[in-house]
Design a protein around this ligand. Structure first.
Ligand SMILES: [Mn+2]
Length: 464
């Protein structure tokens, strides 16, 4: 078994070490400072015989593989100790724990690390205070809502994964089920990705009308603020009980409890901190929903991700269900969608760095999946998957990330004829087939491919 030799500079460092608690394999030594007597020995520590010198370190009898830690706030002590250990056991790894010693002043050493000691503990204490702050919020929210019979958890219209996950988390925090704390929204879930999540997690979101809000004894808004509901929001929504959100703070409404954290990439992150702080059990479904909420709101922990989001994501990682997450992110492909893909792939070609697949009539959720796949083609910097859904030509766009923003390009492509938008590396556009046919004479697969390719080349190369 390997040992760790801890060498503390003076009584104070040694006492601090004993209070933190020594590890089982640690051999504790201390070097009394001038005014200190070797007899006032801290628990578990033995004074280095003869002080900090080569013989004393040799007497510790370190074996190959053993490690050293030097605990001091004194520059010369640190330097001397590192040199002596290196001389006594040339290959031994050394950890210098100090909040004062400048690492640059230490001797050259092939295997040396430095870290704070008090600052390490301090960071953990700050984290704990941050959780305590979250717990206080949970306690406030619970005591505000505990006597209300029906709590409406109101999400934005066409709720997104972050809102849905946040709503589920709030329900868990309140210890309620759907009948006394339903998720509600003024508009149904529409985007195919969001529908896939709702199905996979098995969550029921009730569409309500403004007057239905009077049926609730309390309203909690998650991932949304009241002024988002149009220019003339229902009066009931302007005075609510709880608002938890990460969007820019709005004014002009009343909320008894308001927790708005604009530096967070997702509301799911706030809710994960609540759950953690209150030690609420997070079942795999909830953990998966929160994980997906954070991923989708931060573009896979890309843009606008804070340390908090990453910490929450890491915390959830051990609790979520990878199979369920995969089902949300890769919804089942219908066989006719696969056939359409096979047909498009048989004539596939990457031209001008663009890989374009035109599928014909397909289920809408097939299109973004095909776009993801299409980006894997060799030489493709842009992938476009297009298909007919109802009376619309719908297309999903992906790019490799270091080219022009996909959202901008799609807006240029649909200008004056359809709608579109998105982010840096993914976007979506919709053009009514009628409008397409009017402008381009026909809407055959061939024609759609020609027109889209040309429009994308022009939009991508536009310099302004
Ligand atoms: Mn959000």
């Amino acid at each position: 078994m390997t040992s760790r030799f801890i060498i503390c500079d003076g009584l104070r460092q040694a006492r601090l070490w004993s209070r933190i608690g020594a590890g089982e394999d640690e051999i504790l030594s201390w070097v009394p400072r001038d005014e200190e007597s070797a007899r006032s020995r801290p628990t578990g520590f033995a004074a280095l015989p003869g002080g900090l010198c080569l013989e004393a370190i040799a007497k510790l009898d370190p074996k190959p593989g053993d490690e050293f830690a030097i605990v001091t706030e004194d520059q010369p002590f640190a330097r001397t100790a590192v040199s002596l250990v290196a001389e006594a056991v040339p290959a031994a790894p050394v950890l210098v724990l100090s909040d004062e010693v400048d690492p640059k002043t230490l001797p050259e050493h092939p295997c040396l690390r430095t870290a704070g000691l008090r600052s390490l503990i301090r960071d953990d204490i700050d984290d704990e205070f941050s959780l305590l702050g979250n717990l206080r919020r949970v306690v406030e929210i619970r005591s505000l809502l505990e006597r209300r019979e029906r709590v409406g958890i109101l999400l934005q219209p066409d709720p997104d994964p972050d809102g849905i996950a946040g709503g589920l988390a709030l329900r868990a925090i309140l210890g309620r089920k759907a009948p006394t704390a339903p998720l509600i929204s003024f508009g149904e879930v529409k985007r195919p990705e969001n529908v896939a999540m709702v199905k996979a997690v098995g969550v029921d979101i009730r569409v309500v009308k403004p007057e239905d809000l009077n049926d609730f004894d309390a309203l909690a808004l998650v991932d949304v603020q009241p002024t988002v509901f149009g220019d003339n929001p229902p009066a009931r929504v302007m005075s609510v009980d709880v608002v938890i959100d990460h969007h820019p703070e709005r004014t002009g409404y009343d909320a008894v409890i308001r927790d708005i954290r604009t530096s967070y990439g997702a509301t799911a992150t706030i809710m994960t901190e609540y759950l953690r702080a209150a030690a609420v059990e997070i079942r795999p479904k909830l953990a998966t929903a929160l994980t997906y909420g954070i991923k989708s709101d931060t573009q896979l922990l890309g843009r606008e991700t804070s340390q908090r989001d990453i910490a929450a994501f890491a915390f959830l990682h051990g609790l979520h269900s990878p199979a369920l997450l995969r089902r949300i992110e890769r919804p089942a492909m219908p066989t006719d969608g696969l056939r359409a893909l096979g047909k498009a792939l048989s004539k596939t070609d990457v031209k001008d760095d663009i890989h374009l697949l035109v599928l014909g009539r397909v289920r809408e959720d097939v299109i973004p999946q095909v776009a993801d796949l299409a980006l894997q083609a060799e030489g493709a910097e842009w992938a476009i998957a297009a298909g007919i859904v109802g009376g619309d030509l719908v297309f999903s766009v992906r790019n490799v990330g270091y080219v022009r923003a996909a959202g901008e390009v799609v807006r240029a492509v649909v200008e004056g004829i359809g709608v579109g938008g998105g982010h840096r590396s993914m976007a979506k556009g919709i053009i009514p087939v009628k409008a397409f046919r009017k402008r381009y004479k026909s809407a055959t697969r061939q024609r759609i491919a020609e027109v889209l390719h040309k429009a994308f080349v022009a939009a991508i190369n536009r310099t302004n």
